[in-house]
Design a binder for this molecule. Structure first.
Ligand code: AMP
Length: 217
């Protein structure tokens, strides 16, 4: 099964993608996580990406497309994958089509989670993540422990630099300009399934399962 999960920053794509990974035994691939790992590890890729990420801009298409091409060819993707944060531009979506065609694969669905834009800003302002394992918390709806340590791995819980106010506004503007056109791109192909994300994590997940349809239940 090959899925894409779309949605502006802060809609809860990563949280839902992790659930779908466990449910369908497919690999959750987050380009944001891959880039953050590369920055942490001091890799060349991280050095290229960091400036773009800090400004809330997109890393150049050719860099990201290369990452995805390599990643989905690995054996742990043999049962399928869910792409979170990719594609983010029309050229990335077109490249994904060619990569999948070369591998004799199709996309089964593109899930779009949408919420009210004001809520996105609020969610991002309240989002905290584990620096080590990427677990996600929210100061209001799912507060991290008072000691600031991740209950899953003991890592330090932090606010992502790009979740700070200035960068957030830019990320949302970039989403509207470059990524939102993907909705039409995938709608035309009959793949787009839109889910209202203004709900609990559990309810959004149930709605996604319904949209994916009985073939995959
Ligand atoms: P995310 O965790 O998905 O919000 O991604 C964090 C940042 O990584 C983005 O603001 C971009 O700078 C960069 N990034 C992640 N995925 C992509 C992509 N598909 N294309 C370009 N830049 C990306």
């Amino acid at each position: 099964m090959q899925l894409v999960i779309l949605g502006a920053p802060g809609v809860g794509k990563g949280t839902q993608a992790k659930r779908l990974q466990d449910r369908f035994k497919i690999l959750h691939i987050s380009t944001g996580d891959i880039l953050r790992d590369a920055v942490r590890g001091g890799k060349e890729l991280g050095k290229t990406a960091k400036g773009y990420m800090d400004r809330g801009e997109l890393v150049p298409d050719d860099v990201i497309i290369g990452i995805i091409r390599d990643r989905i060819a690995r054996p742990d993707c043999a049962n399928g994958f869910i792409l979170d944060g990719f594609p983010r531009t029309i050229p990335q979506a077109e490249a994904l089509e060619s990569i999948l065609a070369e591998m004799h694969l199709n996309l089964d669905a593109v899930l779009e989670i949408c919420i009210d834009p004001e809520k996105m800003v609020e969610r991002l302002a309240n989002r905290r993540v584990c620096r080590n394992c990427g677990a996600v918390f929210n100061l209001i709806t799912y507060p991290p422990p008072a000691d600031g340590k991740c209950p899953k791995c003991g890592g330090e819980i932090i606010q992502r630099d790009d979740d700070k106010d200035e960068t957030v506004r830019n990320r949302l503007a970039v989403y509207e300009k470059l990524t939102a056109p993907l909705k039409r791109f995938y709608a035309k192909k009959g793949l787009l399934k839109t889910i209202n994300g203004d709900d609990t994590i559990e309810n959004v997940y149930e709605k996604i399962l319904k949209k994916i349809g009985p073939d995959f239940q």
